[in-house]
Design a protein around this ligand. Structure first.
Ligand code: PMP
Length: 419
């Protein structure tokens, strides 16, 4: 056996056995006197000790403000912050750190693009194309800018499996389309969208594409150059990093054209009362003191994920999804919402006779944490004519035993309801 194969087997075995749970202090607790089974990583993943340690070390030894100081601590803080930017660039294969803007999260990244690129490029009568399975973060900012400018928001529909109706893409992409904004993976349904194909078809018409990578960043190797997207955004907290930090990757030629969207310190070149000139990207878009510790924590999270290997994490989660789909399908009255051929790490479902919110509460008493609600994707719920779903979502630390615990808790819930 070659060394590479041996290490692949070992890591896959460790993923399957849940050995990585030991890296996550929060997972060592009991909820409702039962071992915590965390199946809500789609909303936010937990943090390994190395991320917590990186942030603590920074605050204990290196903290000062970045970019402006000559003293040792400021230099250390600046170095660590900019090193985190390099780690992000490497992780998503961005051509340069200049293409990586630190923001608070996916929501802020999309608002930045809508308010800077969108507001400066769109004209009345232009169109922005989104899809029917977007998170509110990739709907509302576009709606707001379209309303302001008199542009039109158009929506690529989905089919009953929760897949994009690509047969309608050419009809919806018109000479008036300026921007396509699409989720890489749907948070409500788990559908993996063919974004590279959408980029190709949009680019053929000269249309710029933003990919919302909030749900793909922890589950798939991202290569922004291979995807050829113009913008890609994600949140640190979904990829085992801290809250309060996220990334906007932008094609450098576009970032260069874009006006700042917030003014303040760090984003300027020269300020006089008559006129201010702005810094180059990425600093042009990072007004004020950034989330320094959070950026460093994100860098540590990306190192952690890279050391395990996204290919192995993806393979493990695929096995979990297949097992969960089979096991859940055997529960009487359970209906899976979202049955796309290509899915990742999310199962949304309804259990006949029990409202998803009640289900969430009953499962919590069994130590099983799932999410119940509209998942900030109300139009998806409207499409399926349902108010909410229960959703289990997986991370690298989950195991088939976690899914068994979910299924056992569902059977218990049915009994409680006399079903
Ligand atoms: N897009 C998608 C697909 C998401 O799943 C989420 C988070 N649920 C967001 C955007 C928004 O991310 P954040 O709240 O971290 O800004």
């Amino acid at each position: 056996m070659q060394a590479g194969t041996a290490s692949l087997v070992t890591t896959m075995d460790r993923l399957a056995s849940g050995a990585f749970k030991a890296d996550f202090p929060i997972l060592q607790q009991q909820v409702g006197n039962k071992p915590l089974v965390y199946l809500d990583s789609g909303a936010s993943s937990q943090k390994p000790q190395v991320v917590i340690d990186a942030m603590t070390k920074y605050y204990c030894h290196d903290h000062s403000n970045v970019h402006r100081g000559v003293h040792t601590l400021s230099q250390r803080a600046t170095h660590a912050y900019e090193q985190a930017r390099q780690k992000v660039a490497d992780f998503i294969n961005a051509p340069s750190t200049d293409d990586v803007v630190f923001v608070r999260g996916t929501t802020e990244a999309i608002n930045l693009v809508a308010n800077s690129y969108g507001a400066s490029q769109l004209q009345a009568g232009d169109e922005v194309l989104i899809t029917a399975l977007e998170h509110h973060a990739n709907i509302v900012p576009w709606q707001m800018v379209c309303e302001r400018i008199g542009a039109r928001l158009r929506v690529l529909p989905i089919n009953d499996c929760g897949e994009l109706r690509l047969d309608q893409l050419d009809a919806l992409l018109s000479s008036r389309t300026r921007i396509v904004a699409v989720a890489h993976i749907s948070n409500a349904l788990g559908t993996v969208n063919p974004v590279a194909q959408i980029v190709e078809r949009a680019h053929a018409l000269g249309v710029v594409v933003l990919v919302d990578g909030a749900q793909s960043i922890p589950h798939a190797k991202i290569d922004v150059q291979a995807l050829d997207c113009d913008f890609f955004c994600f949140s640190g907290h979904k990829v085992y990093g801290p809250t309060g930090i996220g990334v906007l990757y932008g094609r450098q030629s576009l970032l260069q054209q874009m006006p700042p969207w917030q003014g303040g310190g760090d984003m300027i070149r020269v300020v006089t009362f008559e006129k201010t000139t702005y810094a180059d990207p990425p600093l042009r878009f990072e007004a004020g003191t950034p989330d320094i510790a959070e950026a460093i924590g994100l860098g540590a999270a990306l190192d952690y994920v890279s050391a395990i290997g996204l290919d192995k994490i993806a393979a493990h989660e695929k096995a979990l999804l297949e097992y969960a789909t089979a096991q859940l399908s055997s529960v009487p009255g359970l209906r899976i919402i979202g049955t796309a051929a290509h899915k990742a790490a999310v199962v949304s479902f309804l259990l006949k006779g029990i409202h998803p919110h009640d289900l969430g509460t009953i499962l919590d008493a069994e130590g099983v944490a799932i999410r119940a609600g509209h998942h900030c994707a109300m139009p998806v719920m409207q499409f399926f004519s349902i108010p909410a779903t229960a959703r289990a979502s997986f991370g690298l630390y989950n195991t088939m035993t976690d899914i068994d615990a979910l299924v056992a808790a569902l059977h218990k819930a049915r009994k409680l309801f006399g079903l």
